[in-house]
Each structure stands twice: as C-alpha cells, then as structure tokens.
Design a binder for this molecule. Structure first.
Ligand code: ZN
Length: 84
C-alpha cells in the first residue's frame, strides 16, 4: 500500500501496537491509521483508530508520553478547541 512511497522521504516507518476492546484483537497500526486529538486537558486528549479486524471505532485516552510518541511518529494530530 504505502510501500510505493517508501524512500521518498527519510522517515522511518513507525507502527504502533494497539488492541481492540470489542473483538480483543491485537495488531500493529501504521501512523497513518491513527488519529490524535489534543484537547485543552489530558482528559480530552485521545487517540483513535478503526479496528482492522472488526471495523469498530476505538478511542483511547492519550497521556503525555503517548502524545509525544504519536506526534513523533507522524500521526495526524487534531487540536481541539472549544468550537462545540
Ligand atoms: Zn475489533
């Protein structure tokens, strides 16, 4: 899939281990499969992905270290503001 673009940039492909609470599947996700939403507080900061096994949308809280890890790995980051 993304292999065709490998080598275009000096970016080390990063995968993140994740688990699905619905089907209890465990898998590795590429950075492009993850989304990170940073809210005003750590309570509104989370990452989300779609389970490749059952298609369920999974959302998990992201602590500071996870945020660092994900942003450093090139995960798309969305900064939440009080627009709701
Ligand atoms: Zn699942």
């Amino acid at each position: 899939m993304a292999a065709a673009f490998a080598g275009m940039r000096n970016v080390t492909p990063v995968t993140f281990r994740a688990g699905c609470p619905d089907c209890r599947g465990r898998f590795e996700l590429a950075a492009s499969a993850l989304r990170l939403a940073i809210g005003a507080t750590s309570r509104t900061t989370f990452y989300s992905f779609v389970c490749p096994d059952c298609g369920s949308s999974v959302r998990k809280p992201a602590g500071e270290r996870i945020v660092e890890l994900l942003t450093g790995g090139g995960v798309r980051t969305l900064r939440l503001h009080s627009t709701l």
